[in-house]
Design a protein around this ligand. Structure first.
Ligand SMILES: [Zn+2]
Length: 274
């Protein structure tokens, strides 16, 4: 089963990785270093939640067979620290983007407008040029405020991704069907739908648009019937494993910090569902 997850990427020579090549993302997500090499394709290891024991968390992941970490950008304020950390951890690769969850905090004591993000948007390509694998995490979250601003920033970042020929890593909450036409219109060549949850039909619409689906702790919950059913049926090479650490704890670990070592349990659950 796991060999199947990696089959597409195995065809991609790791030496051919380049920052602006979608193949680089596939190569990174797949295994180039042996059958046990799993990837956490979505985590926030740079977050303060890991400041006290980051190296131990990574060591536990490696011991569980999780050898690579894709760490995501969320705000322009966070990008420089992420870049510095990524330079010191050879197992890390990065993406940069403006996450819809954090827009309100851009302006202290007021409501931000698109113009408040002009500098961030100008800076984004500079960071992306530093060896980033994707633009992310970006998207739309219907449970968060400032939806018009979210839409404007999402559109701008999609166009940067299309211009730079980079894949995107998409955050969504009750917005999958809004986002798909926007992604297609922008001419983005694919990416990952982070924490996919939805029906088989929705899953296949994204797969047909060139996307892979991020499979995380959600599938360890028996009540997630629709998502488990969809994940069991889509082509295996359209799935990537992820934790979203420190968030999205697995079933039985509610209230605890999530960590990349849990990729092993998510992989096992996926194997059981297939
Ligand atoms: Zn995330």
């Amino acid at each position: 089963m796991l060999a199947g997850l990696d089959s597409e990427a195995e065809a991609v020579d790791s030496a051919a990785e380049s920052a602006s090549d979608f193949a680089a993302t596939n190569s990174f997500l797949g295994s180039n270093s042996g059958p046990a090499g799993l990837t956490d394709s979505h985590c926030h290891l740079d977050f303060p939640a890991f400041d006290a024991d980051r190296e131990e968390v990574m060591a536990r992941a490696v011991a569980a067979g999780v050898e690579r970490f894709l760490v995501l950008g969320v705000t322009a304020k966070q990008w420089p620290r992420l870049a510095v950390m990524a330079a010191s951890f050879s197992r890390w690769r990065v993406a940069y983007g403006l996450h819809p969850y954090f827009l309100a905090e851009r302006v202290i004591g007021g409501e931000p407008e698109l113009s408040d993000f002009a500098n961030d948007l100008a800076l984004l390509p500079e960071f992306l040029q530093k060896d980033a694998l994707a633009v992310g995490e970006i998207g739309l979250d219907a449970t968060r405020p400032l939806f018009d601003l979210q839409l404007a920033l999402f559109e701008k970042q999609l166009s940067i991704a299309a211009d730079m020929n980079l894949p995107v890593i998409l955050h969504h909450r009750k917005t999958l069907d809004t986002m798909l036409p926007m992604v297609k219109k922008a001419g983005v060549r694919g990416g990952i739908v982070h924490a996919f949850s939805g029906s088989y039909q929705q899953a296949m619409q994204w797969v047909d648009a060139g996307f892979r689906l991020g499979v995380g702790g959600v599938i360890t919950y028996e009540r997630a019937r629709k998502t488990r059913d969809a994940i069991a049926r889509v082509p295996l090479n359209a799935l990537v494993l992820e934790t979203d650490s420190p968030d999205m704890p697995l079933s039985g670990q509610q209230g605890q910090r999530n960590e990349p070592a849990n990729i092993a349990r998510i992989a096992l659950t996926l194997q059981q569902l297939r």
